[in-house]
Design a protein around this ligand. Structure first.
Ligand code: UDP
Ligand code: MG
Length: 327
């Protein structure tokens, strides 16, 4: 019999008790369909990563794991955020399968794009990015902020695939190399292009969440953007240097002009302009210090080498605690 690649679908879940029972059977059906047409091995699996949910999500995952061998789950010791959850799942999967596909659990990413992703893998690609072709179902605000996000990221030197989130096929070959990227400040969609290997994109339309609410408000999105920029580029620091130089030149010219005016006897009480310049320069200096401080802070965090995730439970391992036996 011909050998087929084993696929693991990696799904981060945070407080998803409403949507998980709806989408889990869809993932299972997709695996069965793909193995029926002979694209993947029937030993493929669906790996849920519970990201420290406060609701019944982990209970639902363990029930699913008991109901069908294709469902597996791991549990993070606490909430560490979407990126860490995906990373934990991918690292768990990398030695047990040939390809992984990471996808959100809310049904927003079109599951049917997986067929094309697997086709591209079979054609020789090691990474396949899922790219949203349209954003008609997103609100105007979400769409504008999200598209602005990619533009700002690229302008600031963090090269990311436009409109690609974390719906992506990655082969275990790439993951073996990706495991050497040990930073704690992770921004997966910007880091995978750095690994290299043959890659391509597959386009799909993004739907609305099937149930529950988004866990990515503007605040978290700004945080993700900042993580992305600071983890991938030091361009902001060089931009600050540039702005500093520019303003120093303007400052020198202004000083020369002021001295000439004074020598000519035109000394006017320039209170307004003085205040304006002080405020402007003060603001620029504070922003610049802040940006540099962010990089120093990130360096500090990296230097600690703390674990990026901690897995507390696995559905396929016994959960009882081990006691030291009495002698
Ligand atoms: N998620 C997670 N940890 C978090 C926040 C979100 O694992 O701290 C998961 C969530 O369960 C979902 C995915 O990340 O599967 C995307 O989150 P969401 O749908 O809320 O974001 P949006 O699609 O609105 O950007
Ligand atoms: Mg979503």
């Amino acid at each position: 019999m011909e050998v087929k690649p084993v696929l693991w679908i990696v799904i981060p879940c945070y407080n998803e008790e409403q949507v998980l029972p709806m989408t889990a059977p869809l993932f299972l059906k997709k695996i069965n369909d793909l193995s029926d047409v002979g694209k993947i091995s029937p030993n493929s699996r669906i790996l849920f990563v519970n990201d420290g949910s406060k609701d019944k999500t982990w209970q639902i995952i363990t029930d699913l794991a008991n109901s069908d061998e294709h469902y597996l789950g791991i549990c993070q010791s606490r909430n560490r955020g979407h990126q860490a959850a995906v990373l934990a799942g991918l690292m768990e999967a990398k030695d047990k399968c040939d390809i992984t596909i990471s996808i959100d659990c809310d049904g927003q990413d079109d599951i049917n794009a997986m067929d094309a992703m697997v086709d591209e893998y079979l054609n020789g690609c090691e990474i396949v990015y899922g790219v949203r072709s349209k954003r008609v179902t997103d609100t105007w605000f979400k769409r504008t902020t999200a598209e602005g996000f990619y533009k700002v990221m690229n302008a600031l030197g963090a090269e990311v695939v436009f409109n690609h989130a974390d719906y992506r096929l990655v082969s275990s070959l790439v993951l073996q190399h990706f495991a050497d990227y040990e930073e704690v400040n992770i921004f997966l969609r910007g880091m995978f292009p750095l690994v290299g290997f043959k890659s391509t994109s597959v386009y799909y339309e993004r739907a609305e969440r099937m149930a529950g609410e988004s866990h990515y408000p503007l605040r978290k999105m700004l945080g993700l953007a900042f993580d992305g920029i600071t983890s991938l580029s030091i361009k902001p620091v060089s931009m600050i240097t540039g702005i500093g130089l520019l303003f120093s030149c303007i400052g020198i010219l202004t000083a020369v002009w002021a001295v000439i005016r004074a020598l000519m006897g035109h000394t006017v009480v320039g209170w307004t302009s003085t205040i304006c310049i002080i405020c402007l320069l003060g603001g620029i200096q504070l922003v610049s210090l802040g940006v540099i401080g962010q990089y120093v802070g990130k360096t500090y965090l990296e230097s600690k080498h703390r674990p990026r995730y901690i897995i507390s439970e696995r559905t396929w391992e016994p959960t009882q605690r081990h006691w030291i036996e009495e002698k």
